[in-house]
Design a protein around this ligand. Structure first.
Ligand code: C5P
Length: 239
């Protein structure tokens, strides 16, 4: 997947997605999440592929290894570029996911990249301790799951900006660090707890940023995208 920002298409119908994408050039990165995929099914992926978009299919699989393997075989056949699983599913589940992707990738095509979700950005220290009964800090848990993800052969993790630098140190600069929670100073935080600007994400070593409402909720989404892309690439003056 190219390194340009990934726009989260958090819309409830194909119609709304394509109305939104009208001003954008083909070839940008988009993210399809659960709401859109469960509503529109694989047809939304085919349509986006036909228009030339690169696709992160964000379904966060978490099940027994055999089920995840079979599901990944199907997702690879759709021709998406990036998929994900919960690292909490364990090493054998993640290895099975990779096997499924290899098996399902059409001949001559590149296998989709696959990343692990460590701890959701909505999870806090209290939940880690009291609900998951993990006797480590949130950051230690994130790093532990990151190492597990890497050792299972996956290509990277979803992480907040605040974890990107240490993950680079542990797993290398090329290990994918896909970072949501991106905002410009003028945006509100919405429901995100750990936010950062595109410049901070670049400086901390994120390899990709996922941006939803800062673009989809803007009065001129194309202009917002260009501004965020410029800041992410470091070609615009800050402030
Ligand atoms: O609108 P906003 O920029 O907050 O959207 C972020 C997107 O990234 C949403 O689609 C959300 O589901 C997704 N995401 C996230 N945190 C994660 C994983 C995915 O915000 N840990």
């Amino acid at each position: 997947m190219k390194t340009s920002p990934i726009i989260a298409l958090d819309f409830d119908s194909s119609q709304r997605v394509f109305d939104f994408l009208q001003p954008f050039e083909a070839g940008i990165n988009v993210k399809v999440g659960m709401q859109l995929y469960y509503k529109e099914g694989p047809a939304i992926i085919s349509k986006l592929k036909e228009c030339g978009f690169d696709i992160f299919l964000d379904l966060k699989l978490h099940d027994i290894p055999n089920t995840v393997k079979s599901a990944m075989e199907v997702l690879a056949s759709l021709g998406v570029d990036l998929v994900n699983v919960h690292a909490a599913g364990g090493r054998s589940m993640m290895e099975a996911a990779l096997e499924g992707l290899d098996k399902g990738t059409p001949v001559g095509m590149k296998r989709p990249s696959i990343i692990g979700v460590t701890q959701l950005t909505s999870t806090d220290e209290r939940q880690v301790r009291e609900e998951q009964l993990i006797h480590a800090s949130l950051q230690e848990s994130v790093l532990h799951y990151t190492k597990l993800t890497s050792s299972a052969g996956l290509d990277g993790v979803v992480c907040s900006v605040h974890e990107a630098a240490i993950i680079s140190e542990v797993c290398g600069a090329d290990f994918l660090k896909v970072t949501p929670g991106i905002r410009l100073p003028e945006n509100g935080t919405h429901d995100q707890k750990r936010i950062a600007t595109p410049e901070e994400a670049r400086q901390e070593g994120s390899t990709h940023i996922v941006v939803g409402r800062a673009i989809t909720g803007a009065s001129d989404p194309r202009a917002a995208y260009e501004q965020i892309n410029g800041r992410w690439r470091g070609v615009e003056r800050i402030g």
